[in-house]
Design a protein around this ligand. Sequence first.
Ligand SMILES: [Zn+2]
Ligand SMILES: [Zn+2]
Length: 269
Amino acid sequence: MSKWSDTLSETSRCLYCDRSFMEEVNWTWALGLPEEKVLCPDCEGKLVNINEVGCEMCGRQVEKADHDFVDASVKLPATFVKEPVTLCRDCAKWKEAEKGEDRSVQQRSLYVYNDFLQEVMAQYKYRGDATLATLFSKKLKRLTRPLGKIDVVTVVPLSEERLWERGFNQAELLAGEFACCDVLQRRGETAKQSKRDRRERIAALQGAFRLSVEGEKWHWAGKRVLIIDDIYTTGATLRSASTVLYEAGAEKVFAVTVARATGALKNNG
Ligand SMILES: [Zn+2]
Ligand SMILES: [Zn+2]
């Protein structure tokens, strides 16, 4: 069978539920821009895209009767913007604490971290599924298009202990479509994130990172940096990592993640 007919007739297997499904051949494919489907329509349908946000800074969505917004009715397109003006209460507080020094991190996520995605991510985290990582990585790349020039792309490093346990850094796999450099490193160990409550987590992350040997070689002044991570929960990890970059002289730090937690979820970091 030729390659052509293989592609047209063959069914794919869902990376998550393992059921086979017919892959739709569409124009993007015909134009030589294959958009590979790795999840069956059922599973794909359980992923909730983030299309609207309420906070232009952290990309937080507006939820019903949300008291964390000044105006809980504002819904904006979930894209990066030049001047984030509409902020949630958390971001407004951070901005005030910065006293004119801009150390903000504009963050966007692909999906809502719902129960389904939580299962997918858990499976991905422990198996390190390269196909799924590529899919997410391509989508993350598309998400960063409005950012224009980015000088450095990096990931949130795992602790050595965790890296040893797992064998890979899931964020590094997500950065596959980017030219990624390890400019950050952990400053010693922190206990398992999932065993801490929110306040303890934030405290433990203050000063959790520093520049790596690679990072110290960079001339940071004026650099626009993008951090890639898997899940956004409190934003404390990103804030801690970006502080190091701002202190080194970076001009602007952005971040993208696959999933964004909205409410209380179990086992996340
Ligand atoms: Zn499926
Ligand atoms: Zn915000």
